[in-house]
Design a protein around this ligand. Structure first.
Ligand code: FEO
Ligand code: CA
Ligand code: CA
Ligand code: CA
Length: 607
């Protein structure tokens, strides 16, 4: 594959129209295939998938449910073989088990199958000829193929809060040795080739907080762990199978989730690690850019209405050499550093009326400050120890007056322009009742459709504490006056709602996937140039099947392939019974899966 064409900011593909079909729809001139779906073999020798007779033993070796984050890591120079790594965020038992009646009626084996369908998968994939298509490798030893799940021993805690009393349990008096990972949502790839995975809505797995009092109760509340009902609606009821999830018996177990997990897919059997130095929130994910002086700077969102944006700056430098010593060093880089939370300033504060109307200076924009929470291994927050700041990071953000955002999902540095892009997915509570009203960075009340925030670090110093920001895109139906697309002609842009994940192609164009389209059409993947004459010309590149959200996305280094995770096809919000809404991808019943899309003319993606 020697004739690599340079990616340009000119995206000429014809936009996919909004639709409600139960299929993955790609533009003319593109094709797609499903690389792997729920139940496919990950660990060689896995039993053949049987939806009517699924077992724990099978699920532990098969591809998990609800794939979210996707990364494709080449195993050779031309990426003819690669590792596909992905997260399995959560499970839809009503769609997984044909005999589903209720969570209460699940057998203990089924509860454990759900646990084993969480976590992460690594599989080997190979390129088809010289195209952008990839397929699953189905024979040979496949030494990297691996599952980690909610049941996997061991995950190791690192950093200043590892071993803290707040992390100790009866089963783990060291406070460093955790079983499993939960609700792995988005993530990132480190400069040294490991995966960062965000533990997001871990709160829903725990019961028993209703007997808590005082500080303990306040902490549970702040993290969305129900302190009123023994079984909050939507509770997974895993305590039936594993008393770790009963907080009356294991009050600290919940503190062992909500972390950034570093996972090394290139070392079979490696122990995944949870980095306390990066704080504990409902982590969407983490994405690193190297500062000019080689520090690892990770940008992170806490996906909750009115929660915060964070960044972590490592104490150590990244060793850029490709040697075993460098790799060993780099695996320690995220164990110590400075943790910051964002506070935004507004240039046109008095003009913001909550309708999304642009201020008279023509931009939603302003300045900002990164406020340190932990620095040099010490707490910077009055009245909180370093361990408290790292384990109850949301409370630290509250104390220092961080800016309450409209659900910060994926936060990623653009490797071309080195600016940071934040998907703020929505916040229907903005300005409602006693909730905070719109501000310049979150400019619409009852924000149904979300927006994109762009952060520019002052002097291109990602280790610094000051920045400027602006909003390039205010999502929605472009006929709605409360939308904005960098000033581009709105009659030409695609409707977009609820941005969730972002990615960049080789030219630095922004790709956005959506979750929860409030415009009554299927979710999808969109692309928009950030520079040049087409700047702001956002177009829909694909749509996912009915009931699914679009995750990933991952664009390969040669710009020939885009991978998307089709998460929860057939999930109808609020539905509590099995839904026939989707039978993607095989025509029988809905299965989450990873698809790859490529140009049939071998052009670059979107070109
Ligand atoms: Fe799992 Fe914030 O999406
Ligand atoms: Ca302004
Ligand atoms: Ca997400
Ligand atoms: Ca999502």
């Amino acid at each position: 594959f020697t004739t690599m064409t340079e990616q340009t900011t000119n995206l000429t593909f014809k936009a996919v129209a909004p639709n409600r079909v139960d299929a993955l729809v790609v533009p003319n001139g593109y094709d797609h295939s499903v690389v792997i779906r729920w139940g496919d073999t990950v660990v060689p020798g896995a039993p053949k998938f049987n939806v009517h007779g699924q077992t724990l033993d099978a699920q532990l070796k098969q591809f998990g449910y609800n794939n979210d984050f996707v990364a494709v890591l080449p195993l050779d120079k031309n990426a003819t073989r690669a590792l596909l790594v992905c997260n399995h965020e959560y499970t839809n038992e009503d769609l997984m088990f044909p005999n589903f009646v209720s969570q209460d009626a699940l057998s203990l084996e089924q509860v454990k199958i759900a646990m084993a369908a969480h976590g992460m998968s690594v599989v080997e994939i190979e390129r088809v000829g010289k195209t952008g298509e990839y397929v699953l490798v189905k024979s040979g030893s496949r030494p990297y193929n691996r599952r980690v799940t909610a049941l996997t021993t061991h995950f190791k805690m690192t950093g200043p809060a590892a071993g803290s009393d707040l992390l100790k349990t009866a089963a783990d008096p060291t406070g460093t040795d955790v079983i499993g990972t939960l609700n792995n949502c988005a993530g990132g790839v480190t400069p040294w080739g490991t995966i960062l995975s965000g533990e997001e809505n871990f709160n829903q797995y725990f019961v028993g907080a209703e007997t808590s009092t005082g500080d303990a109760k306040a902490r549970f509340n702040r993290y969305g762990i129900d302190t009123v009902n023994h079984y909050p609606s939507g509770s997974r009821k895993w305590d039936r199978a594993d008393e770790r999830f009963d907080l009356t018996k294991n009050p600290n177990e919940a503190n062992r989730f909500g972390w950034i997990v570093e996972f090394d897919p290139f070392t079979p059997g490696s122990t995944p690690r949870k980095h306390t130095a990066m704080g504990r929130v409902k982590h969407e994910g983490a994405n690193i850019i190297k500062s000019r002086d080689a520090k690892a700077v990770a940008y992170m969102g806490d996906d909750e209405r009115f929660d915060y944006l964070y960044k972590f700056v490592s104490d150590k430098k990244v060793d850029g050499r490709n040697t075993p010593e460098a790799r060993k060093h780099n695996l320690t880089v995220l164990e110590s550093g400075t943790l910051y939370v964002a506070k935004l300033g507004f240039t046109s504060a008095t003009e913001i009326d909550g309708t999304g109307k642009l201020p008279t200076d023509g931009a939603f924009n302003g300045t900002g400050t990164w406020i340190p929470l932990v620095k040099g291994g010490k707490s910077m927050v009055e009245g909180m120890t370093v361990e408290e700041v790292l384990v109850f990071t949301r409370l630290a953000g509250d104390k220092v007056g961080a800016t309450k955002m409209d659900r910060p999902e994926d936060v990623e540095p653009n490797p071309v322009n080195r600016k940071i892009y934040v998907a703020l997915t929505n916040n229907t509570n903005r300005g409602v009742g006693t909730n905070p009203a719109a501000d310049e960075a979150n400019p619409r009340n009852a924000n149904k459709h979300g927006h994109i925030l762009e952060i520019t670090e002052d002097n291109d110093d990602h280790t610094g504490t000051t920045f400027t920001w602006q909003i390039p895109i205010v999502c929605g139906d472009p006929t709605d006056p409360a939308t904005y697309f960098m000033g581009y002609d709105k009659t030409k842009v695609s409707p977009i709602s609820c941005p969730d994940n972002v990615a960049f192609d080789g030219a630095g164009n922004l790709w956005i996937s959506t979750d929860g389209n409030a415009l009554q059409s299927n979710d999808g993947l969109f692309a928009v140039p950030l520079e040049g004459p087409e700047k702001g010309h956002l177009k829909q590149f694909l749509s996912v099947p009915f009931g699914a959200e679009t995750c990933g996305p991952w664009i390969t280094d040669d710009n020939k392939s885009v991978f998307v995770a089709v998460q929860h096809p057939g999930e109808i919000s609020g539905a509590s019974v099995a839904s026939p809404a989707s039978n993607w991808p095989d025509g029988d019943f809905a299965k989450p899966g990873i698809a790859v899309t490529w140009s049939v003319w071998n052009k670059n993606i979107g070109a």
